[in-house]
Design a protein around this ligand. Sequence first.
Ligand code: ADE
Length: 252
Amino acid sequence: MRIHIVSLFPEYFRGPFDCGPVRIAQKKGVLEIAFVNPRDFTSDPHRTVDDYPFGGGPGMVLKPEPLFQAVESVLQPDSHVVLLSPQGTMFHQDLARQFSQLPHLVLICGRYKGVDERVRLALANTEVSIGDYVLAGGEAAAVVVVEAVARLLPGAVGDEDSVASDSFAAGLLDAPYYTRPAEFRGLVVPAVLLSGDHAQVARWRRCQALLTTARHRPELLRNQVLSEAEREFLSLELGKEEPDGQKEGNRT
Ligand code: ADE
């Protein structure tokens, strides 16, 4: 898979892309990342990439010409162009999975007040946000998208079963995990995890995943088919909790 990142700050990506699954995916040759700087597609002496918004108001807007030329310099018939912006549809695991199956992704990082609307209208296939907050630019969002996509590429993560059991892979948040020691500062690992009974462990994990999802993202449960036993477990556990949602062990 190839990813082009259209950014005024290619140096931003040096750290994040040099470690973890993004580095491994590149080393294994399953991912190629390249940068395109819209500033290289300006023709004036100041290499201007932004201008005042028509109609007035605060902030600057990225001009269309350098962005169009930057994107068009790498565009192929199989390219999918993504504009990163707080106005986009929310990024999620299924979108990461869809992106990971594409041959060529072009990620446009906005800056300043935003990008000229014609970029969204005539250049981008999809507009994606990574959350309901405003970043200084799309660069951090591009890091998030690339990392979520890279770890789904073959060989980028050591244990592919681990990816299959991630949060959201089955539409649920993940169960809690423990490692040695079995007791730490008086906190003990649930006995079932030490039992060696794989079927029991799998049932426990499913119940814990349902419980975490019910606590933090109840809307995700709408797409789940729950057994009678799972329903009973959830209503029993949730019935024990304080009405404000605070549960034992949460420090915030
Ligand atoms: N650019 C600025 N804020 C953003 C966000 N929340 N998601 C994607 N791109 C952005």
